[in-house]
Design a protein around this ligand. Structure first.
Ligand code: KIV
Ligand code: ZN
Length: 522
């Protein structure tokens, strides 16, 4: 690889999925991995194999299916973790073991190791990983708060033990751009053997500087950026892949480094990750936010009409957004819908198209014009509609509300094929509806998130609703879109309950469906 090529290491399926509530199903992980592989991600960190049977199965399957990307798994600094990781990643044509240990004073105190004991452990575990796999990444967790001398010492040990990539994590999002560049530069200048390995940067966004810190690290000599789609990740998230990749592309004049990413695939994968993780993208998010290419004000619109470059530093097409937004209507046919889906970057199979078309027609009957964002919401909320084999299905609902008292909701559902109806009062129509659903299907699931957003403008706009539920540590999310906010809410709630039931069944079968954080395991 040339000196100015930056390796993109995506950790959406590991650090991203680790963020509370962002758990994905096995199939969803395979789907995201396929999209990452297809868009040119160099390395996919597919999971943490020892964390659960589910993680192990997902990493193994992703390793078997990968076409282009190198598949990496995470392992703590112990032999059992590393062996388990290797068992999963060994199926890939190109694989990597990523092993880590917290080296800062605060992190050293957790396993209660002296500096010397930790140094020995690093030597032992990295050597073991390297005996199994030719490609080994080592990370001193919380590197940016580790004493300089000790950091240099342990990196040297890891290099001598066979690490091929040294990752410098800013685990708590503490560093700042100048410091980030400086740290990498000084490490490369100081640590013996540094020239023989690749230095990576892994930034968290606690102070909103993850993208800047990652790019600064590249300026300092790092040649691998660790990132996630939509910046998904613990707390404020990780570096957003789409941001670093587009920054390098648009400002290549001052940041002369390239990646292998096909940027026209960014929008599509962003939407898919938002859907499966249940973490919607904020409207004004750089690159992939709904408003990132919208120009509302008169002055901006005027400028745009005269010359797009007045207010646009990149073309919407470059990130996979269609330039047009010609609405479809109730007379539009299946071919027009397929065409529109393709323009929006969705590749759908015949069955999925059939399903989306039915819902598109229903929507077009209620709404004069169906805009691009409506279509995106239909695709994203696909899982929110009743699937034939779901335990719980919404049959009908009726809500009465007004200013004079509590709202009342009557919900009719099919529970494992049996028709059940319940009526409840509540503090507003959504509360009454959720209570009625709980009466029909009693459960102790706690509502962790209830989020509504309007997809397009106007009073007939669709609302997309996301619901996240938690029961005994098992988390499930549900989504739905409808022009009626209360119906969308009921469907999203039922969707989440159905997913929770599936996950609970798996736990009953002995599968660890609850996500396990590497910190819980440390
Ligand atoms: O943030 C962090 O330190 C990590 C390590 C496991 C690399 O994610
Ligand atoms: Zn991290």
């Amino acid at each position: 690889m040339s000196d100015n090529r930056v390796v993109i290491f995506d950790t959406t399926l590991r650090d991203g999925e680790q963020s509370p509530g962002a758990t994905m199903t096995h199939d969803e992980k395979l789907e995201i991995a396929e999209m990452l592989d297809d868009m040119g991600v160099d390395i996919i960190e597919a999971g943490f194999p020892i964390a659960s049977e589910g993680d192990f199965a997902a990493v193994s399957e992703i390793a078997k299916r990968a076409k282009n990307s190198r598949i990496c798994g995470l392992a703590r600094a112990n032999i059992a973790d590393i062996d388990r990781c290797w068992e999963a990643v060994k199926h890939a044509e190109k694989n990597r073991i990523h092993t880590f240990i917290g080296t800062s004073p605060l992190h050293r105190a957790i396993p209660n190791l002296t500096m010397d004991e930790m140094a020995d452990k690093i030597h032992e575990t990295v050597s073991h990983a390297r005996n199994l796999c030719e490609n080994v990444q080592w990370s001193p967790m919380d590197a940016t708060r580790t004493e300089w001398d000790y950091l240099c010492r342990v990196i040297e040990i890891a290099i001598k033990a066979g690490a091929t990539t040294i990752n410098i994590p800013d685990t708590v999002g503490y560093t700042a751009p100048m410091e980030s560049a400086d740290l990498i530069k000084k490490l490369i200048e100081t640590v013996p053997g540094a020239d023989d390995v690749i230095f990576a940067t892994h930034c968290h966004n606690d102070l909103g500087m993850a993208t800047a810190n990652s790019l600064a690290a590249v300026a300092g000599g790092a040649r691998q950026i660790e990132c996630t789609i939509n910046g998904l990740g613990e707390r404020a998230g990780n570096t957003a892949l789409e941001e670093v990749v587009m920054a390098l592309k648009v400002r290549n004049d001052i940041m002369p480094w390239t990646t292998g990413i096909d940027t026209t695939k960014l929008m599509n994968i962003s939407r898919r990750v938002a859907t499966v993780s249940g973490f919607p993208v904020q409207f004004n998010k750089a690159i992939v936010g709904k408003n990132a290419f919208a120009h509302e004000s008169g002055i901006h619109q005027d400028g745009m009409l005269k010359n797009k470059e007045t207010f646009e530093i990149m073309r919407p097409e470059d990130v996979g957004l269609s330039g047009t937004s010609l609405p479809l209507g109730k007379h539009s046919g299946r071919a027009a819908l397929r065409d529109k889906l393709e323009q929006l970057g969705f590749e759908v199979g015949d069955n999925q198209l059939k399903d989306i078309f039915v819902r598109f027609k229903e929507l077009a009957d209620r709404k004069k014009e169906v805009f691009d964002d409506d279509i995106v919401a239909l695709v994203r909320a696909g899982g929110g509609e009743d699937a034939e084999n779901d335990h719980l299905q919404l049959v009908s609902m009726k809500v009465v509300c007004g200013t004079g008292g509590p709202a009342e909701s009557t919900v009719e559902m099919e529970v494992d094929g049996e028709d059940v109806t319940a009526t409840c009062e509540g503090d507003g129509p959504v509360d009454a509806t959720f209570k009625a659903i709980r009466k029909i299907h009693p459960n102790t699931a706690r509502l962790q998130l209830y989020q509504v957003s309007a997809v397009t403008e106007g009073t007939d706009a669709q609302a997309t609703v996301s619901v996240r539920l938690e029961e005994d540590g098992v988390i499930a999310t549900g989504q739905s879109a409808n022009t009626d906010t209360v119906v969308a809410s009921a469907k999203a709630y039922i969707h989440a309950l159905n997913r929770l039931l599936v996950r609970r069944d798996k736990v009953g079968e002995g599968v660890d469906a609850k996500e396990v954080s590497y910190k819980d395991l440390a």
